[in-house]
Design a protein around this ligand. Structure first.
Ligand SMILES: Cc1cc2nc3c(=O)[nH]c(=O)nc-3n(C[C@H](O)[C@H](O)[C@H](O)COP(=O)(O)OP(=O)(O)OC[C@H]3O[C@@H](n4cnc5c(N)ncnc54)[C@H](O)[C@@H]3O)c2cc1C
Length: 559
């Protein structure tokens, strides 16, 4: 981990670099020309220029040894600038990941030092035409080349698809099947038999180079097998999902806020029906405030997960990474889409940037694991917790949040507790009715779990802020009072979603008989969830006032 001061300096350098080299007009032109600004990417990753990649590399190999919290902060800032350029930097990080977690000391020294000292770009080659979400279906092979009874190298054959930096990287980590299973190999640019296609013509992140790769009898020495042992590839890929998904989560968060930060000032200047749009409640409470609440709920979860990863005591936190990615990228997409609406006709043109941000952020729910795969990952893991605790997992969490409510009645923890209780009851009904045989129920449960856990996380974050105990590098855009208000808004949404959608889909799967219905409705705590909605509009008014920097209106005065 790096010092707070160093992180601040890095963030400032990044902002200054972007201001100079990637102003809006330049970004719009590059997007229109569908061009990857390679020189800029190199300068960002060059140790004698911006050197942003140093943050990701451990100190022993010449980097700065940034932790998950530092990486989240940098990724959020990069996404605010441009998600295509951010993806080019991410690709080097992803590409070097199998090396960081699985390589031999000699391999680490060679490749991580080259990223730090020479600023070489990496690409991460996992996806194939037939193997996307299901990487187990990969067909690329690496056949051992044996001399005198010893494996001296491998011949790689096959293809990869949608590879970021595919046409511009200096080195590639490539997943291929060996006789002992999937394994990562390092292949250098220019290797004989290794080619890449023209860049893809994409919907968004048009500043990022994405290309297909082809391997035709590509020979690599045995020391290019990462870790020196075959069959470790999927384990090595999984070992870093918590971390890498957190980075994409930060992309969703940064892009979502970048869009809102354009919509908010626009709405103060745009006069319709005699007053600025920012003063119209039907505008702010649909197009701005709910998105702020969802993004800040995702941020709370990202920050909490980053802290836990940095503590080094809790394993890879894959499920938490999945929750963070799912919530932040879905929220980022919704926020960007709402921002187009918020700008009206201007929002629909290239010039005002929200249209580009909306196209760019779309990728974040697809790469590094789609939202549906995230729902499955979350649901499978928490389902096990439900079974192991005989249905008490989320009830126990609810009791923790009820206790938090006792200490901090202002942060919405009692409403988060309602979401946890309802979730436990929905899962129990799914268990007794054996409803997880319906994949749709399993995946929807993943969404409800993510909402309930983020509501819990945000209310805890608001309480910590009130106590002055937040992480020293935590984002402080909102003060304790505003964050508590945002937390109450999100907790209401989470509780309602879990209870009402849970009821809907459990009934939809035939899990409740007419006779059982009243008892099930009671167990979900529906009346309490409905009563908890009281005060929602006035909380949204308060958040709008904070966002627009205006004094609160007396209660009951319509905007
Ligand atoms: C711009 C871009 C950059 C990329 N960069 C890289 C990179 O650098 N390296 C790399 O290795 N890959 C990269 N990818 C690939 C990316 O990770 C995959 O596209 C992604 O994992 C999804 O795989 P797929 O496209 O094959 O879709 P599929 O897996 O075919 O999925 C299609 C749809 O089906 C859903 N689905 C899939 N399986 C299930 C299931 N079991 N149950 C229910 N629904 C399911 C998915 O959620 C999705 O909605 C990139 C992709 C793009 C578009």
């Amino acid at each position: 981990m790096i010092a707070k001061k160093t992180l601040k300096l890095s963030l400032k350098s990044l902002k200054d670099f972007a201001k100079k080299r990637l102003p809006d007009e330049e970004l719009i032109q590059l997007d229109e020309r569908d061009e990857c600004p390679l020189e800029i990417v190199h300068d960002m990753c060059s140790p004698d220029k911006l050197g942003i990649q140093l943050l990701f590399i451990p100190e022993e190999f010449g980097g700065m040894g940034g932790g998950a919290f530092d990486v989240y902060c940098i990724c959020e800032e990069m996404a605010r600038i441009d998600l295509g350029v951010a993806t080019a930097v991410l690709a080097t990080f992803l590409g070097s990941d199998p090396i960081t977690v699985g390589a031999t000391p000699e391999q680490k020294k060679e490749w991580l030092s080259r990223i730090a000292e020479e600023g070489i770009l990496f690409a991460y080659g996992a996806t194939e035409p037939e193997a996307g979400s299901d990487l187990g279906a990969l067909r690329t092979t690496a056949d051992p080349v044996v001399k005198d009874g010893r494996t001296v190298g491998y011949k790689i054959n096959g293809s990869k698809q949608w590879i970021s930096n595919g046409g511009v990287a200096d080195a590639y980590t490539v997943l291929a099947n060996t006789p002992s299973g999937p394994s990562w190999f390092i292949v250098e640019k220019g290797a004989k038999g290794f080619t890449h296609d023209e860049p893809e013509d994409k919907h968004g992140i048009r500043l990022s180079n994405t290309a297909a790769l082809a391997f035709n009898e590509v020979y690599v020495d045995a020391d290019r097998l990462i870790g020196g042992v075959e069959g470790q590839g999927l384990l090595q890929a999984q070992a870093v999902f918590g971390y890498t998904r957190l980075m994409v989560a930060a992309f969703g968060l940064g892009a979502g806020w970048a869009a809102l930060d354009r919509a908010i000032p626009f709405s103060t200047k745009r006069i319709q029906a005699g007053s600025p749009l920012s003063e119209k409640q039907g505008y702010t409470h649909k197009l701005i405030v709910p998105h702020v609440a969802r993004l800040e709920a995702a941020r709370a979860y990202i920050e909490e997960t980053a802290e836990r990863i940095d503590s080094g005591t809790e394993g890879s936190l894959n499920t938490e990474g999945a929750i963070a990615k799912y919530m932040a990228t879905e929220a980022g997409n919704l926020a960007a889409d709402a921002s187009i609406q918020a700008l009206g006709g201007y929002g629909y043109t290239h010039e005002y940037m929200v249209e580009k941000i909306s196209r760019d952020v779309r990728i974040t729910t697809i790469y590094e694991g789609t939202s549906e795969i995230m729902e499955m990952t979350i649901s499978r893991d928490r389902w096990q917790s439900h079974l192991k605790t005989r249905g008490q997992h989320y009830h126990e969490r609810a009791r923790e949040w009820e206790a938090l409510h006792g200490r901090h009645p202002e942060v919405g923890a009692n409403t988060a507790a309602l979401a946890f209780h309802a979730l436990a009851e929905v899962l129990e009904k799914a268990r007794t009715g054996r409803l997880t045989r319906y994949q749709h129920i399993l995946l929807r449960a993943g969404e409800w779990m993510a909402y309930a856990e983020c509501a819990g996380s945000l209310s805890r974050r608001a309480a910590l802020l009130a106590e002055g105990k937040l992480h020293e590098k935590a984002n402080l855009r909102f003060d304790a009072k505003a964050l508590a208000t945002i937390s109450r808004i999100f907790a209401r949404e989470a509780a309602l979603k879990v209870a009402e959608e849970g009821l809907r889909w459990i009934c939809g799967a035939g899990g409740v008989s007419d006779a059982d219905m009243p008892a099930f409705e009671t167990s979900l705590g529906l009346p309490g969830v409905h009563r908890a909605q009281a005060g929602l509009i006035s909380d949204m008014d308060s958040v709008a006032d904070v966002l627009y920097g205006r004094a609160a209106k007396p209660a009951g005065v319509a905007a």
